[in-house]
Ligand binder design. Structure first.
Ligand SMILES: [Zn+2]
Length: 382
C-alpha cells in the first residue's frame, strides 16, 4: 500500500473534477492515470469503446403543480415533453436494490412520462429500468417529493429537450513486461484489478471512484511482478459501457478464459463498513476469511452480498462467466452528488480497497477452484 500515491491520486482526480463519459475532463483523467501507470513501469494499452454521453443533454425540466422542481433525466431517457396528471405506478428497483416509487404523467393525448422517486436525499442519475423504455423519464429526490406533496391528480410536466449523443472513449489495461498476457492462449491464468475513472456529471467523484483508481495504482506500486493486470474503465456510469466492451472483445477472441477473476474496486467512502459483493460461483467462506484478515486489522465491519447486485463493473465480468468480487466502502448519502469531495476519511476507504486487492492477489488460488467450469460453459455457447 502506497499512502503517498493514494493521496496524490485522490487529490489529482478531484482537481480534474467531474469526468463523465464524453467530457474533456474524462480524457484528461485517463491521460493522467495512463502516465502514472507507465511511470510505475507497466505496459499500458488502450481498450476503445463508444457509449451515449449524458452530459450533452442539458435542457431537462420538471414542473409539479406549475412549480419548477430539481430533477435529473434517466441516463437513457427518451427526449420529449409530456404535460398531464400524476398516477401512481408500481414501484421499481434501482441498481437491483433500492425500492423506488414511480409516478406516471399522463397527458390528454395519451402520451406518458415517468417520475421516479428513489430513497435518496438528492436525485442522482441512474440507468433506465426496462419498463420505462421509450418515454421521457426523470428522477426527483425523496425530500422534494415530500415537499411538493405529489399525489394522484397533481399536474406535472416533464421536458427533456436534448437527444442522447454517442462519444468515443477508452479503458486502460496495464500489465508487467512486454508480452500481453491476454495475447496468447497459453499465457498464465491471472486476476484483473478493475476500477472506473468516470463520474456522473457534477461530482468530483472522490469516493466514487477516484478511491478505486488510486487503490489500483497503489497495488501496482507495491506488486511489481507479473501475475495480474489492471483495468481502468470508463463509462461505468453509462451502463458499464467500458467493461462490457472489453469483455465482449475478449470473448470474441476467446481470451476470457485467461482471466481467473475480476477484483473490482468501486467506492472508498467515509464509513466503517466494507462490503464484498461476490459472484455466485465464489466460495463465500474463503472470501470471508481473506476479507476479514484485512477488515479486522483496520477496524472495519465486513458485509457480504451474494449474489452481487448488478450495479458496478463486476456485473460485466459475471455476465461473461468470469468470477468477480467487488469491494466498496459504500457512502450512499453522498453518492453521485457534489459533496463527494476530497476528505482524509476517503483516503482510509481507498487504503482499505488497496489492501483488500493485495490480499486477494497474494492468494490467487482463491478464485481458481470455483471458476473454470463456469467459464468453459460460457465459451462453448459462443
Ligand atoms: Zn462507482
Amino acid at each position: 500500500m502506497d499512502r503517498e500515491l493514494l493521496e496524490s491520486t485522490l487529490k489529482g482526480l478531484a482537481a480534474i473534477g467531474p469526468r463523465p463519459h464524453g467530457s474533456q475532463a474524462n480524457v484528461a483523467a485517463l491521460s493522467y492515470i495512463e502516465d502514472e501507470l507507465t511511470s510505475l513501469g507497466m505496459t499500458v494499452v488502450s481498450e476503445p469503446f463508444s457509449a451515449p454521453a449524458p452530459q450533452l443533454r442539458a435542457d431537462t425540466e420538471l414542473l409539479i403543480d406549475g412549480v419548477a422542481t430539481d430533477c435529473v433525466p434517466f441516463l437513457e431517457s427518451a427526449p420529449g415533453c409530456v404535460d398531464g396528471q400524476l398516477r401512481k405506478a408500481p414501484n421499481c428497483l434501482i441498481w437491483g436494490m433500492h425500492d423506488t416509487e414511480v409516478w406516471r404523467v399522463r397527458a390528454r393525448n395519451g402520451d406518458t412520462a415517468i417520475i421516479a422517486v428513489p430513497p435518496f436525499p438528492t436525485a442522482v442519475q441512474q440507468h433506465l429500468p426496462p419498463e420505462f423504455d421509450g418515454v421521457p423519464s426523470v428522477l426527483m429526490s425523496r425530500s422534494d417529493a415530500t415537499d411538493r406533496g405529489i399525489d394522484t391528480g397533481t399536474s406535472a410536466r416533464v421536458t427533456i429537450a436534448t437527444p442522447l449523443l454517442e462519444a468515443q472513449s477508452r479503458c486502460l489495461r496495464a500489465f508487467w513486461g512486454d508480452a500481453d498476457p491476454l495475447g496468447d492462449e497459453r499465457s498464465e491464468i491471472h486476476p484483473i484489478v478493475v476500477a472506473h475513472i468516470d463520474t456522473v456529471p457534477e461530482t468530483p467523484g472522490v469516493y466514487d471512484n477516484a478511491a478505486g483508481v488510486a487503490a489500483a495504482l497503489s497495488v501496482a506500486a507495491t506488486n511489481t511482478s507479473p501475475g495480474y493486470e489492471i483495468l481502468i474503465t470508463s463509462g461505468e456510469e453509462e451502463g458499464l459501457a467500458g467493461a462490457r466492451a472489453f469483455v465482449r472483445r475478449l470473448g470474441g477472441i476467446s481470451r476470457l478464459g485467461r482471466l481467473s477473476a475480476a477484483i473490482v474496486l468501486d467506492g472508498g467512502g467515509r464509513g466503517r463498513i466494507a462490503e464484498a459483493w461476490l459472484s455466485s460461483n465464489l466460495d463465500e467462506k474463503i472470501v470471508r476469511h481473506h476479507v476479514r484478515a484485512i477488515t479486522d486489522a483496520r477496524n472495519y465491519q465486513a458485509e457480504f452480498r451474494q449474489p452481487a447486485p448488478p450495479a458496478s463493473d463486476h456485473a460485466a465480468f459475471i455476465e461473461a462467466g468470469v468470477s468477480a468480487v467487488m469491494f466498496t466502502v459504500n457512502d450512499l448519502d453522498i453518492l453521485h452528488t457534489s459533496q463527494d469531495t476530497y476528505e482524509e476519511s476517503k483516503l482510509l476507504g481507498s487504503r482499505l480497497l488497496a489492501e483488500l486487492a493485495e490480499e486477494f492477489l497474494s492468494f490467487p488460488g482463491t478464485f481458481l477452484s470455483s471458476n473454470h467450469s463456469e467459464q468453459r460453459k460460457v465459451q462453448s455457447h459462443e
